[in-house]
Every structure is written in structure tokens, then in C-alpha cells.
Ligand binder design. Structure first.
Ligand SMILES: Nc1ncnc2c1ncn2[C@@H]1O[C@H](COP(=O)(O)OP(=O)(O)O)[C@@H](O)[C@H]1O
Ligand SMILES: [Mg+2]
Length: 224
């Protein structure tokens, strides 16, 4: 009998994890396998991989409840530090953003803002909000992936660091579309946050400028 779990092909060899496309009991699946690091003591390495695997899997399971799309977790295998999750068929936003028409972009970035606000207002930071960690399906649905750097936080600083990273990604990878996309993103973020019990969005967004000033200050120091 054929095995119900098949890893068909390696799709990405990352610094921390290898990702395989395959099949899990008849479902197209992604296997995210955290690989051992030779430079770490074996026992410590195992503990780190277990912790990160569980943290990512728990985040994926939990944040779904807030009404944002992310891959469904099929199985967690602590022994091999692997998460098996639903394969989301689509394109990475990074690869298709530049060809999208304006109105589609505005709608999409507003949606991204809504998704990130849903995370933040519920005490989660994603940790790696980039256009590589978003998949757009054929029917234009947005999925957030890669909760490997996810953390729990209620701090305004942590949430603005999350937004600041995304802003920098937009400027560096999608410079020509940056202003329109970023404005739509903030609009969605603020609108969603205004529905929360405590609307901290103004403070969070204001703090991005503070982080940027700090960045410039450090750079100036480097030049001296
Ligand atoms: N559930 C998924 N469905 C489809 N593709 C995925 C899925 N999860 C990951 N990928 C693909 O694998 C790549 C790497 O996965 P990711 O979780 O972002 O790990 P990394 O930490 O290496 O960035 C993604 O950019 C995406 O192309
Ligand atoms: Mg990623």
C-alpha cells in the first residue's frame, strides 16, 4: 500500500527550516522541517527546534480564530521538529505585486492592514511581515504564512517594530508602489483597530517614526 504521507519535493532550503511539498492523507501539504544545527550542542539544539516548532504551530492554530487566513495545521511532529500544514495554492505577493493593477493593490493592502491589526489587537506579533510571507490565491484571497518568528506581546514598541519591518520591505522591494500600498495598509490597520476594546493604533503608528529616528541616529554613529 502507498504511504498516506508523501514528501514529494523540496521547495525551499532555508536557514532554519526545509520546506517540502507533498501529500498528507489525500491533501496537498507543506512539510516544514526544522533542521539540526551542527554548531549547537545537540541537546540544546533539540530544545530550540522543539520550542520553535510548537510556537509556530500554536500560533497558526490560534490566530485563525481572529478571522484571518493562514494555513491549517494538519500535524505536529515534535520528534522530527516538523509541522505539516495545508498547501496554499497561489502566488507569493512579492512575485506578483508589481503586475497588479492599482485598485487591486489598494484593496489587498487594506486587507493586509486588517489582518495585522487582528493579530496585534489580540496580543500577537508576527515577527516577519514581508511580501514573501503572503500568498494570494487564484480567487484573490490573502493568506499569511511563516509564523516562525511569532511572539506574544502587548507592547506598543513590539507592534510598531512589526509595522516598521513591513514598511522597510515595501520601500526596498516595491519602491515604486510603496506610498499607495503603505497608505492603504495603514487605513485597513486603523479601521480594524478602532473596533478593538482599546485602540492603540495611533500610538503604534506614531512610534514607527521614533524607531526610524533611532535608525538614523545609529547610522550617523556608524559614520563617525
Ligand atoms: N502553507 C503553505 N502553502 C504554500 N506554500 C508555502 C506554505 N508554507 C510555506 N510555503 C512556501 O515556502 C516558502 C518558505 O516558507 P516559510 O514558512 O516562509 O519559511 P522560511 O522561514 O524559510 O521563510 C514560502 O515563501 C512559500 O513559498
Ligand atoms: Mg518566510
Amino acid at each position: 500500500m502507498n504511504s498516506p504521507i508523501v514528501k514529494e519535493k523540496l521547495i525551499r532550503k532555508g536557514a532554519e527550516a526545509n520546506l517540502y511539498y507533498g501529500n498528507w492523507f489525500g491533501n496537498e501539504a507543506i512539510f516544514k522541517h526544522r533542521v539540526p544545527k551542527k554548531y549547537r550542542l545537540e541537546e540544546l539544539d533539540k530544545r530550540i527546534r522543539t520550542k520553535r516548532t510548537l510556537n509556530e504551530a500554536r500560533a497558526l492554530i490560534k490566530v485563525k480564530n481572529y478571522g484571518l487566513n493562514c494555513p491549517q495545521v494538519y500535524e505536529i511532529d515534535v520528534e522530527s521538529s516538523s509541522i505539516v500544514m495545508k498547501y496554499i495554492k497561489g502566488e507569493k505577493l512579492k512575485d506578483i505585486l508589481d503586475q497588479m493593477d492599482e485598485s487591486k493593490k489598494i484593496k489587498l493592502f487594506k486587507k493586509i492592514g486588517i489582518f495585522i491589526a487582528k493579530l496585534h489587537e489580540n496580543g500577537h506579533v508576527h515577527g516577519d511581515i514581508t511580501t514573501s510571507n503572503m500568498i494570494i490565491t487564484d480567487n484573490d484571497e490573502l493568506f499569511l504564512i511563516d509564523f516562525g518568528l511569532h511572539d506574544y506581546s502587548d507592547s506598543i514598541e513590539d507592534k510598531s517594530v512589526d509595522l516598521h519591518l513591513f514598511k522597510r520591505v515595501l520601500i526596498s522591494s516595491h519602491g515604486t508602489h510603496y506610498e499607495m500600498c503603505y497608505a492603504a495598509f495603514l487605513k485597513g490597520y486603523k479601521e480594524e483597530y478602532s473596533k478593538a476594546q482599546v485602540d492603540e493604533s495611533t500610538s503604534i503608528i506614531k512610534n514607527i517614526a521614533v524607531i526610524e529616528t533611532r535608525g538614523r541616529y545609529v547610522k550617523k554613529e556608524d559614520r563617525l
